[in-house]
Design a protein around this ligand. Structure first.
Ligand code: FES
Ligand code: FES
Length: 157
């Protein structure tokens, strides 16, 4: 079947199998930041934005993105680098395998929740697993990043 979609504002027209996963489609186009982890909606590694909402691309068919805009971390480089700096400062990044999916969800949360409490942050990100770090460093990084955004040092887009 024929689909048309945009990944990071670049248009793709393709003839695909109806059961092709969005994860496979995106990776086949070279956006390799989108990782294949559990493939069962449990780890968050494959998170992308679909029309600005986070979705697990291992659990969505590519056809669901027809006529829509997909964003990966390659398309959010500036914001990802800003938040990545906070993660590094808190020692919350080790192998980095989980980072692209985790960062995508933190950026989505920043746009969705106003002044989230610690409980709300944990709830929003409970689907993102990390095999290396405890989650305390990540939490410290998020709080510092959100307070910097609130101060207006970074654009809250
Ligand atoms: S690979 Fe999609 S949630 Fe784990
Ligand atoms: S830093 Fe290694 S899995 Fe999270």
């Amino acid at each position: 079947m024929q689909i048309k979609l945009w990944i990071n504002n670049k248009e793709f027209n393709d003839d695909i199998a109806p059961d092709m996963l969005l994860l496979d489609f995106i990776r086949s186009k070279g956006f390799l930041s989108v990782k294949r982890g559990c493939e069962t909606s449990n780890c968050g590694l494959c998170t992308v934005m679909l029309d600005n909402k986070p979705v697990l691309s291992c659990s969505a068919l590519a056809v669901r993105a027809n006529e829509k805009h997909v964003t990966t971390i390659e398309g959010l480089e500036k914001e990802a680098l800003e938040f990545g700096g906070f993660l590094a400062d808190e020692g919350a990044e080790q192998c980095g395998f989980c980072s692209p999916g985790f960062i995508m969800n933190v950026l989505a949360m920043k746009n969705e929740l106003i002044n989230p409490s610690e409980r709300e942050i944990k709830k929003y990100l409970e689907g993102n697993l990390c095999r290396c770090t405890g989650y305390m460093g990540q939490l410290r990084a998020i709080k510092k990043y959100l307070s910097r955004v609130k101060e207006g040092s970074y654009e809250n887009s």
